[in-house]
Design a protein around this ligand. Structure first.
Ligand code: NDP
Length: 481
């Protein structure tokens, strides 16, 4: 069975204690490879390598850093099929999703920050004829990047790219649930000639390997994407050490549909925003609020479309709904469907584990599920499920839907569907979310600030925000006379 390796100091190496964790193939429920079960000693090696690489990398000309990053992007592009198949196999997502979303976006992340750094200018503030201030922005040093399993290489590169572009050296940990493309990425870095120690990828469990990165005194900043509870634990460790922190956490996003919307466009996108990637995207709209005059029409059309969406073999090009990432996660989602029914919800479609044939009979599949009849503030509507489960609820007024939309502890993303421009702007101003989509969903411009408010996170990623996070500003004031 294939054994993955850590990428430390430019080399692929086994974990020091020789311990491994099983890596599962979600579509069959079987173990198919082994992941290093790294601990603090492996993290120490990675930090030492990163620290040693920092003096040279931090003064490597931007053009050179940029070229290496572009080379890494081109290797992923060249090996697109291999990366797509690996991501699909490891995560359970369809090759369609991995090929349309995950891997192309990982390439874009590398290219975007490789070019962004070339255009990143320092600010200057002039005090008439008294003084000139200019702000230097220097790389921080050794930084930690920790990412989740839902968009594995996509989110891994979204952190690593700005960190190394800005001149930092990185110790990174992908989710142990989906380590494969990070491993392939380490091979691409070696081939591209990324200097040893600039990026170190340590595989292992959150509580041991992840925690060791967070609490290491030489790791000066942590960029984390994952669950809100984990984010709180990381903040508790990192804050007393005054580390810079960027936390992208959970969500429970509202999708608000007014009666005057472009119905067909809204319906097509709402199927996507509810069930893309099996609902395992932090930006999926899981609470759907529909203005009462079109509630019944929407319900009938939505149930009809979603009923056609069948979980299938992720490796099949035609499949649009793959497997759930892990058995515990599947069980968590099923327990929420049960809870919804206990809370008075009626399952309109789906609601069960889907059992496929042949090799896939033990795979972790769930039917796309729509639930109605729940109070907006019940647990099902307050807690993140992170799977193919949405609730639908009618509303009568803007005030009412705003109260319902803003009622959770989360504030990551929201969609609003209306042809009324002034209402769209009014709603955008009042919804408590870091990202608002009007008449669209997941339309991403990598220059824009990305992230959530309330318990959905601290700080923003994307564009120059990310480069600002990964640099330390220093103001220099020069008196003119
Ligand atoms: P987790 O919080 O469980 O894990 C995220 C990462 O942190 C994993 O690599 C995990 O390792 C690691 N980790 C766990 N505990 C610690 C610790 N104490 N110290 C350091 N690292 C640790 O999230 P999931 O992987 O389950 O991802 C799903 C969550 O991510 C959802 O809540 C989702 O909303 C959120 N998310 C947010 C996004 C955003 O942009 N706001 C985007 C995508 C997802 P291990 O895998 O071993 O547990």
């Amino acid at each position: 069975m294939e054994k993955l390796e850590n990428y430390i100091n430019g080399k692929l190496i086994a974990p020091l204690k020789g311990k491994y964790i099983d890596n599962y193939h979600p579509a069959t429920g079987k173990v198919y490879s082994l992941i290093p079960d790294s601990d603090a000693a492996d993290v120490q090696l990675a930090v030492d390598a990163a620290k040693a690489a920092f003096p040279a990398w931090s003064v490597t000309p931007t053009e050179k850093r940029s070229k290496i990053m572009m080379k890494i992007a081109s290797i992923i592009e060249r090996d697109m099929k291999m990366f797509v198949e690996a991501e699909s196999k490891d995560n359970g997502k369809s090759v369609h999703t991995a090929g349309m979303v995950d891997i192309p976006r990982a390439v874009s992340n590398m290219e975007f920050f490789a070019t962004a750094i070339m255009h990143y200018a320092a600010e200057s503030h002039i005090m008439e004829d008294t003084a000139i201030n200019y702000t230097m922005r220097s790389p921080i040093g050794v930084v930690g990047c920790i990412s989740p399993w839902n968009l594995p290489l996509y989110l891994f590169t979204w952190k690593i790219a700005p960190a190394i572009a800005a001149g930092n050296c990185v110790v990174a940990k992908p989710s142990e649930v989906t380590p494969m493309t990070a491993y392939l990425f380490s091979k691409a870095c070696i081939e591209a000639g990324l200097p040893a120690g600039v990026l170190n990828i340590v595989h292992g469990l959150g509580g041991s390997c992840g925690q060791a990165i967070v609490e290491h005194p030489e790791v000066k900043a942590i960029s984390f994407t994952g669950g809100t509870k984990t984010g709180a634990a990381i903040a508790a460790t990192a804050a007393p050490m005054f580390k810079k922190l960027s936390l992208e956490l959970g969500g429970k996003n509202p999708n608000i549909i007014f009666a005057d919307c472009d119905f067909e466009n809204m319906l097509k996108t709402t199927v996507q925003s509810s069930f893309a990637n099996q609902g395992e995207i932090c930006l999926c709209g899981s609470r759907i609020f529909v203005e009462r005059p079109i509630y019944e029409k929407f319900k009938a059309a939505f149930v009809e479309r979603v009923s056609q969406l069948k979980p299938g073999n992720p490796a099949d090009e035609k499949t649009r709904m793959g497997a759930i990432v892990s058995k515990p996660h599947m069980e968590k989602i099923l327990s929420y469907i049960e809870l919804a029914q206990q809370e008075g919800g009626k399952v309109l479609c789906g609601g069960k584990r889907a059992v496929l044939d042949g090799d896939l009979k033990d795979g972790w599949f769930i039917e796309p599920t729509i639930i109605e009849g729940l109070a907006y503030n019940c647990r099902t509507n307050m807690e993140e499920i992170f799977g193919p489960v949405v609730t639908i609820m009618p509303f009568d007024t803007e005030e009412e839907v705003l109260t319902m939309a803003n009622s959770t502890m989360y504030g990551l993303a929201a969609s609003v569907w209306t042809e009324n421009l002034t209402r769209a702007h009014r709603m955008a101003g009042k919804i408590q979310s870091g990202i608002i989509w009007i008449n669209c969903w997941l339309l991403r411009d990598l220059r824009t600030p990305f992230g959530g408010m309330k318990s959905s996170g601290v700080g923003r990623e994307g564009g120059f925000e990310a480069l600002r996070f990964f640099t330390e500003p220093k103001n220099v004031c020069v008196k003119l006379k």
